[in-house]
Design a protein around this ligand. Structure first.
Ligand code: CS2
Length: 475
């Protein structure tokens, strides 16, 4: 019998100091930001070791602790995988086990950046307005208790400690797919801080920095087969590898407290003054079509984005969405040709080595639709352009959150509003669409009225023909 491969471990030796605390140590950050930071330290040095924080469960800490924080990143190109061991993460804390230890780490003078990937819902805001959701149970908790549970709560309480200790704030580096993510988070932190201590809010307002970023790399959830693949390639057992596509992009507003940051520009990150055009391009062109494919693809029986792209009707739909509905509503970032960007996205989506499940992307739609799809719809309405493909995508989301697929099988809908969305999914199609359009966290009133006829029509088409036929007939 062959012996089990040895466990991946860190060779003892001197390590760079911890300069970054990262909240939300999921696969995305480990396959994106942490690799840039590892590259930046390799290129230019600096004490930018990462302490990761899990805001919910201990799984990733339990997997990484015996490995000294090391893990394998598997790059999946159509021509085959490549493995690389990433060493930038040194320690992992589990926030609910010891919130005090997390605040201590964030308040350490050597920490100059707190970065975040906590997903859209982790911001505890109202997606349609960008305001702090004061009814959110975590925000209510954090207003009443000094040991927080939410990401904004951790930021505010850690900044409070730094101020009390006479330190400068850390830079808050958000890496989630939200529009104007830096200014958005700044607004949420200031709002929460003002309710706790107005003088703290003024201090953050003056000294704090919240650069906006655009992050991009397709990172599907790791599967048991990926564990076996990683160990076959490296000869070591890794309990928590990540998988990712070859492409990566990070556009960062170059506005850090005291200019303190890893040398990310040396390793391909784009340090710019204005991230907004890049962010809109990516959210609407990549994430907008991803979500469209997620709902229409899932209902049409496609398991992954690559499966959708192998279906000529779905490929034609995304091309149409880019060319006729999304690109006309965008201003290209400096030096970028949006048609070329779309062509590159088409290849990335079609990469057969990446099994990115439609079900995974379908998660949390109530938090994603505004910035991914509704902004484009609004711009098209204002310009008098029609958006039949995006209307069909919204209708597919409505069908999806009803909780049953086209074969009558239940769908495991994951969304913070799942129960409410399901309760609203009753009655004849017109009533159902109207009820879902009245969810104000997602659809502002004026937009809801404007798209009601188009979305109702699309919903009826979906019901009559099914997603696959509705998609083929559209293109
Ligand atoms: C995806 C994104 O899961 C999703 O909703 O659309 O995670 C997408 O893969 C990344 O934003 C790509 O950068």
């Amino acid at each position: 019998m062959r012996a089990d491969p040895p466990r991946l471990t860190r060779t003892p030796g001197p390590l760079p100091g911890i300069g970054i605390v990262h909240l939300g140590l999921g696969a995305f950050f480990r396959a994106h930001g942490a690799i840039y930071v590892a590259d930046a330290m390799a290129a230019s040095g600096g004490d930018w070791g990462i302490l990761g924080v899990s805001l919910r469960n201990p799984g990733i800490r339990d997997a990484l602790a015996p490995q000294g924080g090391m893990y394998t990143a598997l790059e999946l190109a159509p021509e085959g995988p490549k493995a690389r061991v990433i060493d930038a993460v040194q320690r992992v804390l589990v926030a609910p086990e010891d919130p005090q230890a997390v605040l201590d780490a964030m308040a350490d003078a050597a920490v100059r950046i707190v970065s975040l990937t906590v997903t859209e819902k982790g911001y505890c805001h109202e997606p349609a307005t960008g305001r702090l959701n004061l009814d959110h149970p975590d925000i209510r908790h954090d207003l009443a208790h000094p040991l927080p549970v939410s990401a904004p709560g951790y930021l505010v309480r850690a900044l409070q400690r730094r101020r009390a200790a006479g330190l400068l704030p850390f830079t808050v580096l958000t890496c989630d797919n939200l529009p104007g993510n830096g200014p958005l988070l700044r607004g949420l932190v200031l709002d929460l801080a003002r309710r706790i201590d107005p003088a703290l809010a003024d201090w953050i307002d003056t000294h704090g920095r919240f650069p906006a970023t655009m992050v991009d790399r397709i990172v599907p959830a790791t599967t048991p087969e990926d564990l076996a693949r990683a160990s076959a390639l490296t000869g070591q057992h890794d309990a928590a590898p990540v998988v990712h596509e070859p492409f990566r992009q990070w556009v960062i507003e170059d506005d850090f407290v005291g200019g303190q940051r890893p040398d990310l520009g040396a390793v391909g990150a784009q340090m710019v003054q204005d991230v907004a055009p890049f962010e809109l391009m990516k959210l609407r062109m990549l994430n907008g079509t991803h979500s469209s494919l997620a709902y229409l693809g899932y209902l049409g029986g496609h398991q992954t984005i690559a499966d959708c792209m192998a279906d000529p009707a779905y490929r034609a739909l995304v091309r149409r969405l880019w060319a006729q509905e999304i690109i006309p509503a965008l201003t290209p970032p400096p030096g970028i040709d949006l048609s070329a960007y779309a062509a590159a996205l088409e290849d990335r989506f079609a990469n057969p080595a990446i099994r990115h499940r439609t079900w995974q992307i379908a998660m949390d739609g109530s938090q994603k639709l505004p910035q991914r799809i509704l902004g484009t719809l609004e711009a098209n309405l204002a310009a008098g352009r029609s958006s039949p493909g995006l209307m069909l995508a919204i209708a597919a989301w409505m069908a999806y959150v009803g909780g049953t697929d086209e074969q009558g099988k239940p769908i495991d809908v994951r969304d913070p509003l799942a129960a409410r969305l399901r309760d609203l999914s009753n009655g004849p199609p017109e009533t159902r669409v109207a009820a879902l359009l009245s969810v104000r966290e997602v659809f502002p009133q004026s937009l809801a009225s404007a798209i009601a006829p188009g979305v109702t029509q699309a919903f009826l088409t979906l019901q009559a023909k099914g997603a696959r036929r509705a998609v083929s007939e559209m293109t």
